[in-house]
Design a protein. Sequence first.
Length: 109
Amino acid sequence: MLDKTDGFMPKNCMSGYDFELWVQGILTALKFDAKRTKGNDNGVDIIATLGERGSHLKYYIQCKFHNRPVGKTPVQEVYTGCNYFGNDGYPVVITNNRMSSETRAYAMS
């Protein structure tokens, strides 16, 4: 599990939408094919793939832009969304904040 560091801060994000665009931009710069979901996303904001067809990694990403630690609801939502989209990738929650210790334990179980 990665923690945010002082050198990895979202710039000019004023809303959850801005944060999603920022995350998508970072993923694209890292050579991921990162597409935002539209409408009822079922807990997934971005679907990101890396690699060639037939041999790729897929991530279902829930973005949370909060001013306090994130609870376990986004973890539950992204697992639900991963299942909705075919359960052929890894569920991920990315936040500008930290996750509560309860959330970390829940996500690791």
